[in-house]
Design a protein around this ligand. Structure first.
Ligand code: SAH
Length: 204
């Protein structure tokens, strides 16, 4: 997977490549999908949600530009795969999931793998996790019409927030750096994610 889908494309960050080699992706999907886990596409994880395509996970991780001492907030734990990749690279990962069943299942896998630097919360991630703020980076792994305000507030000055921004059918992966009270945005490429719901997401 890493050779053909990650290195052969434009991912050069050695640390990201090593993390992708290390985390066993098949453990994050249902037994009957295990064989498909290393293929070049997203997979269903139940309740209408998906684990992102491996290449997308690698790209989002690279765009976030993580470093060893970083504290990252992820919105949309899903299977826990992206959180585990991040946990290989940074000091602490805080991750929020609004669907209880998914959060519990992700927690079992992540604990089974022995990650002690992943902290999970069940709730509306658009509100952030004030208690542990501010964060060096925030990654939203669901489609949103805009960066939710509480998340921008909980981002450190100089920090980076990444999200698929657009409408429900297509989005653009967008990276923004917070400088003072301003976000300096960069639009990267088109992508398709499941919608971010909640107070500052799409109304269901
Ligand atoms: N990062 C995940 C994939 C995320 S799919 C992985 O590695 O597997 C998007 C996830 O965002 C879904 O699980 C969905 O339930 C969750 N989600 C959507 N809106 C949310 C919200 N407001 N707060 C927290 N989680 C949310």
């Amino acid at each position: 997977m890493v050779e053909t889908q990650i290195i052969s494309r434009d991912i050069e960050d050695k640390k990201v490549i090593n993390a992708m080699k290390k985390v066993p992706r098949h453990l994050f999907v249902a037994k009957d999908l295990e064989e498909d886990a290393y293929n070049d596409h997203p997979l269903p994880i139940g309740l209408g949600q998906t684990i992102s395509q491996p290449y997308m996970v690698a790209q989002m991780t690279s765009v976030l530009g993580t470093c060893g001492s970083s504290r990252i907030l992820e919105i949309g734990t899903g299977s826990g795969y992206q959180a585990s990749i991040l946990a290989e690279l940074v000091a602490e990962v805080f991750t929020i999931e609004c669907i209880e069943t998914l959060a519990h299942s992700a927690e079992r896998v992540v604990r089974g793998l022995g990650y002690e630097n992943i902290f999970m919360k069940i709730g509306d991630g658009t509100l952030g996790w004030q208690e542990h703020s501010t964060y060096d980076g925030i990654l939203i792994t669901a489609a949103t019409p805009f960066f939710p305000l509480p998340l921008v507030e909980q981002l450190k000055d100089g920090g980076i927030i990444v999200a698929p921004i657009g409408d429900k059918s297509i989005q653009t992966l967008t990276k923004a750096r917070k400088i003072g009270n301003k976000l300096h945005q960069e639009q990267l490429f088109d992508c398709v994610f499941v919608p971010l719901v909640g107070r500052y997401g799409w109304r269901e």
